[in-house]
Design a protein around this ligand. Structure first.
Ligand SMILES: C[S@@+](CC[C@H](N)C(=O)[O-])C[C@H]1O[C@@H](n2cnc3c(N)ncnc32)[C@H](O)[C@@H]1O
Length: 238
């Protein structure tokens, strides 16, 4: 597997999930209309720290942030870092905007988050190689049927792109509560050992949530409602 080469984004389409759910509440619609345009990732051109944040701060990217709890939690922890999140599901974007706005709009907004309402791989392709300090993929849609395996975000094309976009020493964090997906993901990552080192010495390293890894509502529900185990993986870009 060749490192440092971005995949062709046209062959990397992973946009299969739903884009819309329940109608947005008035407050959420207000944030989509007023806050989102102010913090949206530009729709074309390169995506760099300079362009988004006006300086060369460390950049984090979250693929499919869902309701945005993890992204906003990390951004709050690291106010001098820049966070980019992409999510095609508008209800998720609206939810994330409430976290970015702080206390549903009544608090102090997080100034270090930029959002793309759409496909993560389209934005990732526009980030120059060797730029990201952290990349997050948490509970990706499982596509559990074998005939849908190509739709999974964790596949050789996207993983090559993750490797290309991370700086050497940067970190790729992946989490899932899905037994089929975890086996698939480990198999894929096993093919990318020239690019990634799995930061794992003992089972607790993937069984216990690492520090600095805020829980999302989705993860909480997986654990408490469905009784799922959750697995956490940290990979360092070589
Ligand atoms: C199971 S949810 C998990 C959400 C969140 N990561 C969490 O852990 O709470 C998977 C999310 O990935 C999003 N997704 C699917 N395909 C995507 C793509 N190509 N780019 C960005 N997000 C995507 C879905 O819309 C959905 O919100």
């Amino acid at each position: 597997m060749t490192a440092h080469k971005s995949g062709d984004p046209t062959t990397l389409n992973r946009l299969y999930g739903r884009a819309k759910g329940k109608p947005l509440r008035a407050g959420q619609q207000g944030l989509v209309d007023n806050l989102l345009p102010r913090i949206a990732v530009p729709l074309e051109g390169p995506v760099t720290s300079e362009i988004l944040f006006g300086d060369d701060r460390p950049m984090h990217f979250e693929i499919g942030f869902g309701g945005g709890e993890h992204m906003a939690g990390r951004a709050d922890m690291l106010p001098n870092h820049g966070f980019i999140g992409a999510e095609p599901f508008i209800n998720g974007v609206a939810q994330a905007l409430t976290h970015v706005a702080g206390d549903n709009g009544a608090g102090t907004p997080l100034g270090n988050v930029r959002i793309h309402h759409g496909d993560a791989l389209e934005v990732l392709a526009r980030i120059p190689d060797d730029s990201l300090s952290f990349l997050y993929l948490l509970h990706p849609d499982p596509w559990p049927k074998a005939r849908h395996a190509k739709r999974r975000m964790m596949n050789d094309g996207p993983v090559d792109m993750f490797a290309a976009k991370l700086k050497p020493g940067g970190e790729f964090r992946f989490g899932t509560d899905h037994a089929v997906y975890v086996r698939h993901a480990l198999m894929v990552m096993q093919r990318h050992t020239d690019q990634f080192e799995w930061l794992c010495d003992k089972p607790q390293d993937f069984q216990v949530r690492p520090g600095g890894w805020p829980e999302t509502r989705y993860e909480n529900k997986a654990r408490t409602v469905y009784g799922h185990e959750v697995w956490y993986f940290r990979y360092r870009r070589k």
